[in-house]
Design a binder for this molecule. Sequence first.
Ligand code: MG
Ligand code: MG
Length: 261
Amino acid sequence: MIYLKTDEEIELMYEANQLVGKTLGELAKHIAPGVSTLQLDKIAEEFIRDNGAVPAFLGYAGFPNSICTSVNEQVVHGIPSSKMILKEGDVISIDCGTVLNGFVGDSAYTFCVGEVTPEVMSLLKTTKESLYLGIQRAVEGHRLGDIGNAVQTYCESHRYSVVRELVGHGIGRKMHEEPEVPNYGRRGCGSLLRSGMCICIEPMINMGSKNVVFEKDGWTVRTKDRKPSAHFEHCIAIRPEGPRILSSFQFLEDVLGDKAI
Ligand code: MG
Ligand code: MG
């Protein structure tokens, strides 16, 4: 069952997602060598609560924290820890969710810690670009496979690989609603896209092979070959005039300035 949202519901989704964007902006001020991922988690939780919302991830299926922090070869769902200290040259995907006025916001960005190698920067840029290519295809009358195909084709043309085990998703009153939104697929295949659908598009792109391993902590997903991975996520609504991005990277990019990806 795919829930189509009303205009009013989409405005509430926008509010929840803008708060995620602001939280990522707050975190951008603190990402630096020597900072632990647990410190970032505390900053995010406090910021979300100070803004009258609740962290969507905290307690979700038993997840212990408010954000997912996935460093280098970790793809997604990394658990914040006082033992995970960021160091120069790392990359960290921060995935953040809020619940505000009964609706969920969900967005992710991969940040650089200091200077990263040109190879890693290229992976991040390509992954972010593929997200926007996917969003461009999220048009009424297209199909889900059009989105995944755009992401996959672009990333594979740069010799990167697309994680298969994890996908984007519908979103609304619940964080994960139907449909699944894979980052791979065939044009013209899959569910028809309709105005009022709200979905998260979230490419997870590996520098090496597409294979991943699920760690024994029950959450963390990492690349099998331990090469770096990148992850960017926007929440969008499909509207008659085209896709509307409900989340925002503007707040974090204002903080990062010319260091933004
Ligand atoms: Mg997310
Ligand atoms: Mg998501």
